[in-house]
Design a protein around this ligand. Structure first.
Ligand code: AMP
Ligand code: ZN
Length: 137
């Protein structure tokens, strides 16, 4: 399969690597949303977090936690966004699971977490939503 993040994660395409182990490579985002924005790339291909082996997700988020704390201390920054876009409708542009770690700075002009605007829809029927989602568990 011709997947650019597979090639980067496995070292076939060179990258500036922040961290690497058997499971992941963490690289600096080529088009950063803030100073220090990195991506955790698993070395095995999965289209998104939704397809990644459940039992291996803990490892990915343990790495995200470690890097987030290191960014707060080391950059330093004041906060981090840790997020994974899943599928095109959610803004995913590279179909290889990756977790964004985006450092945030208290004096930065915008504090918006993402481009998703909250409070722009009618108040939903929470009971109906709960039923629709839980029946698919
Ligand atoms: P997403 O929208 O969640 O799929 O994010 C994809 C991210 O990958 C974007 O923030 C891109 O800037 C970043 N990106 C795409 N190609 C590369 C690359 N070759 N090296 C580093 N980051 C990349
Ligand atoms: Zn891949």
């Amino acid at each position: 399969m011709d997947c650019i993040f597979c090639k980067i994660a496995n070292g076939e395409i060179p990258s500036t690597t922040l961290y690497e182990d058997e499971e992941v490579r963490v690289i600096f985002d080529i088009n950063p949303a803030s100073v220090g924005h990195v991506l955790i790339l698993p070395k095995t291909h999965a289209a998104s977090l939704l397809e990644y082996p459940t039992e291996k997700l803990g490892t990915i988020f343990a790495i995200a936690q470690k890097i987030g704390n290191a960014m707060i201390q080391g950059l330093p920054c004041d906060g981090v966004n840790i997020l994974a876009n899943c599928r095109e409708a959610a803004g995913q542009t590279v179909d290889h699971f990756h977790v964004h770690i985006i450092p945030r700075y208290a004096n930065a002009p915008t504090k918006d977490a993402m481009t998703i605007e909250s409070g722009t829809i009618e108040k939903p029927d929470f009971d109906a939503l709960k039923e629709a989602i839980t029946k698919a568990f």
